[in-house]
Design a protein around this ligand. Structure first.
Ligand SMILES: Nc1nc2c(ncn2[C@@H]2O[C@H](COP(=O)(O)OP(=O)(O)OP(=O)(O)O)[C@@H](O)[C@H]2O)c(=O)[nH]1
Ligand SMILES: [Mg+2]
Length: 224
């Protein structure tokens, strides 16, 4: 009982220290007029692929920077570097999520580059990143529909905290038993204000709508 209480206290301290640094990061982004977004999803949901498909569209209008969170490798950062955008790898060395201090450490790398949009790809995980504010303007969930329509109801915290969800791999819908009506209803029951995009990074469907929305978000942020 006593040790349980101590664990809860330690966790609360970690979270409040994380939140303080996240607020400082947010102030830094505001001052730099840079919209920062935190992209979260299970391993293999298609986060990096979504970036690969949208970067060429975004780069026509703005300067984009990317932070790649990964447990060990630089595989995702290497993929993004091919698009000639500033990209920084953060390896958590086993940790299941990024935190605001890790992000703060790499911010000087983007200094003076005029970044309008900073995309932070979190470690592949639908649970742990939900509790760790990085100082982003909002969270983006990437959910592969192949994972099943029960996932929003089973992992509600992240859906409650996100502004937008990209339902990816729509090209595979016919090959699965996913019920898209249930999926949408469950997401909206958790968060009625969340924006839902249905895309396929494989055939390109829906990417234009998602990218236009994101460009508009950058414009709204920079004009406020
Ligand atoms: N069929 C299909 N496959 C996709 C789609 N999007 C991504 N994939 C594939 O899904 C696999 C995983 O994609 P990634 O982009 O690496 O996934 P991720 O979410 O970044 O994974 P982690 O960084 O490891 O968490 C790759 O083989 C992609 O080619 C899609 O829309 N349709
Ligand atoms: Mg990835």
């Amino acid at each position: 009982m006593e040790s349980n209480r101590r664990e809860i206290e330690v966790m609360a301290n970690i979270l409040s220290s994380n939140d303080r640094q996240a607020d400082l990061n947010r102030a830094h982004f505001r001052k730099s007029n840079c919209l920062a977004i935190n992209v979260i999803g299970s391993p293999g949901a298609g986060k990096t692929t979504l970036l690969e498909k949208t970067l060429p569209l975004l780069m026509l209008n703005m300067q984009v920077g990317v932070i790649e969170g990964d447990i060990f490798t630089s595989k995702d950062a290497d993929r993004i570097a091919a698009y000639k955008v500033p990209v920084i790898q953060i390896n958590t060395g086993g940790g299941c999520h990024l935190d605001s201090k890790m992000v703060n450490k790499v911010l000087p790398e983007f200094e003076g580059k005029g970044i309008d949009l900073l995309i932070i790809e979190n470690v592949g995980n639908l649970v742990c990143p939900a509790d760790f504010d990085l100082g982003e303007a909002f969270k983006v969930i990437v959910l592969s529909i192949v994972e099943g329509d029960d996932k929003p109801a089973k992992y509600p915290v992240i859906f409650r905290n996100a502004k937008v969800v990209v339902l990816n791999k729509m090209d595979l819908e016919a090959l699965t038993d996913v019920n898209m009506d249930n999926m949408r209803q469950d997401i909206l029951a958790i968060n009625p204000d969340i924006r839902i995009f249905e895309v396929s990074c494989r055939n390109g469907n829906g990417l234009e709508e998602w990218t236009s929305w994101l460009k508009q978000e950058v414009g709204n942020y920079q004009n406020n």
